[in-house]
Design a protein around this ligand. Structure first.
Ligand SMILES: [Zn+2]
Length: 276
């Protein structure tokens, strides 16, 4: 067998075994190949039902909705398709039987908030996780879906490091346009489990000169339509939709303001740069 026909591997072995041989010529390093993109994280608590209606962003709060449709299946169809009424989606949907569906990766920006504002954030789609709850707007929320919601809130506030008090309603961030979730939504129940901002009993009367509007703004409400903002506040904290101040509102707002001002972390929502 002529030397040039020896298999390359044998040449390499011979060179390695012979200390006196000249070192092999340095070979150019292979061109680095890009790493494959990380696998999208889908929550094992939920059934993955992907929706195409999203783009990238980071979440710093959680927005709750009600579907105002007759069933979770009907809502899934709307959230997974390019429907004529405008493309909408959410990260999660909770059926009235407590089944949890995930439609969009948490790392992506779902289209659930629309024109909205909370504190310093005006692009809520870029800043939030959206959770739709199967509810027609007039029926009570079921025990099974609230139990699932609490489990999901515990999971995503922990994993995504979202402040627990920043769990709010669509009607809170878009008071002139949206009324969901309805006044029947059990915000107090969520607060008892540690989610959302809620007044602490016993409530104290506010000091003279207390500015309820300033407290509303600190909580996060958009005051460009003051009556709509008060209606949203009442829907969330009083279980009604009155658009004028009610006895007891000032005490609630004074306590909410105090809680926010006492927080060691920034009390208001951090300003984010909206992605396109
Ligand atoms: Zn909504």
């Amino acid at each position: 067998m002529k030397p040039h026909r020896i298999a390359p591997v044998l040449v390499a072995l011979a060179l390695a075994a012979c200390a006196a041989s000249p070192p092999p010529k340095p070979q150019p390093l292979p061109t680095p190949q890009p790493l494959p993109p990380p696998k999208p994280l889908h929550n094992p608590l939920a059934q993955w039902r992907p929706s195409p209606n999203h783009d990238p962003r980071n979440a710093v709060m959680i927005v709750l909705h009600q579907t105002e449709m007759e069933s979770a299946e009907a809502a899934l169809l709307t959230l997974q398709t390019r429907n004529l009424g405008g493309r909408v989606s959410a990260h999660y949907l909770i059926g009235d039987n407590g089944v949890l569906y995930q439609l969009v990766d948490e790392t992506e920006r779902a289209w659930h908030a629309g024109a909205s504002r909370w504190g310093g954030v005006s692009d809520l789609n870029s800043a939030s996780i959206g959770i739709e709850i199967d509810n027609d707007g007039v029926e009570p929320f079921t025990e099974a879906q609230i139990a699932t919601l609490l489990r999901l809130l515990g999971d995503i506030t922990w994993r995504l490091d979202i402040p627990k008090h920043l769990v709010i309603g669509h009607g809170d961030i878009a008071p002139a346009r949206k009324r969901d979730p309805s006044a029947l939504f059990p915000w107090k129940r969520l607060a008892d489990a540690g989610y959302g901002l809620w007044p602490r009993a016993p409530l104290a009367p506010p000091p003279p000169g207390f500015d309820a509007w300033a407290a509303m703004r600190l909580v996060g409400y958009d005051l460009r339509d003051p009556e709509a903002a008060v209606r949203a506040f009442h829907r969330h904290y009083r279980g009604n939709e009155a658009s004028q101040w009610l006895p007891g509102d000032a005490e609630i707002l004074f306590d909410l303001q105090k809680q926010l001002m006492d927080m060691p972390e920034p009390a208001v929502v951090p300003i984010t740069t909206p992605s396109s």
